[in-house]
Design a protein around this ligand. Structure first.
Ligand code: APR
Length: 250
């Protein structure tokens, strides 16, 4: 289906914006080979109940499940490369148009694509922390201890080391407050690849001046958006970059 009219409309909004932010979800990384959570048939949560194996409750009361099945699930977010959608956001930031990427993703692909202001509201898979003395560790420390049968993985102080991923049941990290500030300052928020079903992240679009959505499936915010493009993030963002380049905007 020719989506050029919507791409042109989106380019109008981007070119006219004074403070644009992006809000991304797992759907921006599926073209890099990572799974998302709720796509019918392929989403991770179609197969596993995160509350059972990858929640704050599981970490506290079922550490042997959390550090085996839960860690295997996190292993699905293996090292992959950024795709054209991530790279397009990096270019928009370089051109001074995009002021921040607010991401629900833990895959670090925005940073690898060159984005500098990346606000990770659901944490990351790079780091880990001792729940007792708060000493930081690389996530690899958890994997190496679990591999040696040390479950739960232990800090030198005797405390438990946990991933810096925000689990269901965790409080939101300080990054969420930064995301609220950025969303509130924005006159345009471009949502890419999110079902916008998980709060409080899914409240952020309410704070933006205007909304544009690029997503394969409909979202609860479609009716409130100035532009909605139901398409693949990579293709749409490449077409948007080409249109902005043609206009001399980037
Ligand atoms: N292009 C555009 N959209 C896509 C693509 C793609 N290539 N692939 C998938 N999508 C869309 C899907 O249609 C879906 O609506 O991306 C959306 C992804 O939604 P979810 O799987 O719910 O992921 P997300 O919105 O990031 O979930 C939010 O839920 O489980 C928690 O912490 C987890 O951060 C995650 C949060």
């Amino acid at each position: 289906m020719n989506q050029q009219p919507e791409i042109d409309r989106l380019a109008d909004l981007v070119a006219a914006s004074k403070y644009m932010v992006a809000l991304t979800g797992a759907g921006i990384s599926t073209e890099s080979g990572l799974p998302d959570f709720r796509s019918p048939g392929t989403g991770l949560w179609e197969r596993v109940d995160p509350m059972e194996v990858l929640s704050a409750e599981a970490l506290q009361f079922r550490p042997e499940v959390f550090y085996t099945q839960g860690l295997d699930l996190l292993g699905a977010f293996r090292e992959v490369s950024p795709n054209p959608a991530h790279k397009a956001l990096g270019r928009l930031e370089e051109a001074g148009i995009l002021k921040a990427v607010i991401t629900q993703n833990i895959d670090s692909l925005h940073q690898q694509a060159g984005s500098r202001k990346v606000i990770e509201v659901h944490g990351n898979l790079r780091d880990a922390t001792c729940t007792q003395c708060f000493r930081k560790y690389p996530f690899a420390e958890i994997k190496s201890q679990v591999k040696r049968g040390i479950i739960p993985p232990k800090c030198s102080c005797g405390g438990i080391i946990r991933p810096d991923v925000v689990l269901f049941g965790d409080p939101m990290p300080p990054a969420f407050q930064e995301a609220v500030t950025e969303a509130s300052k924005s006159d345009l928020m471009l949502v890419i690849g999110s079902s916008l079903q998980v709060v409080p992240a899914a409240y952020l679009p309410r704070l933006a001046g205007q909304l544009a959505i690029v997503n394969l499936e409909p979202t609860p915010y479609d009716a409130a958006a100035a532009v909605v493009i139901h398409g693949r993030a990579g293709e749409v963002m490449e077409a948007l970059s080409a249109e902005l380049e043609h206009r001399g905007v980037i």
